[in-house]
Design a protein around this ligand. Sequence first.
Ligand code: GLY
Length: 262
Amino acid sequence: ELWEAMMAAGLTRTDAVAALGGGVVGDLAGFAAATILRGVDFVQIPTTLLAQVDSSVGGKVAVDLQAGKNLAGAFHQPRLVVIDPDVLQSLPDRAFSDGMAEVIKYGCIRNGRFFALLEALGSRAAVMEHIEDVLICCCDIKRQVVENDERDKGERMILNFGHTLGHSLEKAYHFQGPSHGEAVGVGMVRIVRASEAAGFTARGTADEIVSVLQAYGLPVSDPISDQILAAGAVNDKKSLNGKLNLVLLKEIGRCAVVPISQ
Ligand code: GLY
């Protein structure tokens, strides 16, 4: 319907698609822009925190299939991303917290000082007082990572910290349970607890992540067991040719991609 409507509206190759909304809108509009007339320009105008710090930046656009999330898509960079922090004032608390999980993720993987700032701020109100710095820090980390590895063959995988188990958790609830950010928060805690126990990650790291997630109203545990989540991740692994890349923290601000084979 969307593609037909764009043609009915007289879209030409010199027009651009504007995506005004959260991640689903940006992904759908971006995928439509990537494919209509073999590709037209598009502009992202993200209105959720999660979209402002993650999905609107970096050019991944996709839609879900019955078989799973984001399975039909493209890499199609927006010409422009317009971020207005004021629109975040209208988000419900749960949606703000959802985005905070990805904000915290950036501190974990790349910037210990930023993580410490988030610990010190500790509330939505305090983050909103520094929102421009927070958004710039996240988008700048994402820009650097995507510039180095746009097609997700190496460094870009670090953006998936917490996502392997998180995605498995979302799937276990048929995407009707925890939100994406909530699942990523639980995924970060679980993977860091495991890598801490294995001696890979500095002791105390998981507890630090737990307290910052809790400060922003995010869950840090879930009744679904590690075994079930790991089994879900292994199923994903099979579809990826038997290889699973785990993103592990050495410490807050420093991570590594560790390939696990069958
Ligand atoms: N959201 C992960 C990525 O853009 O690669």
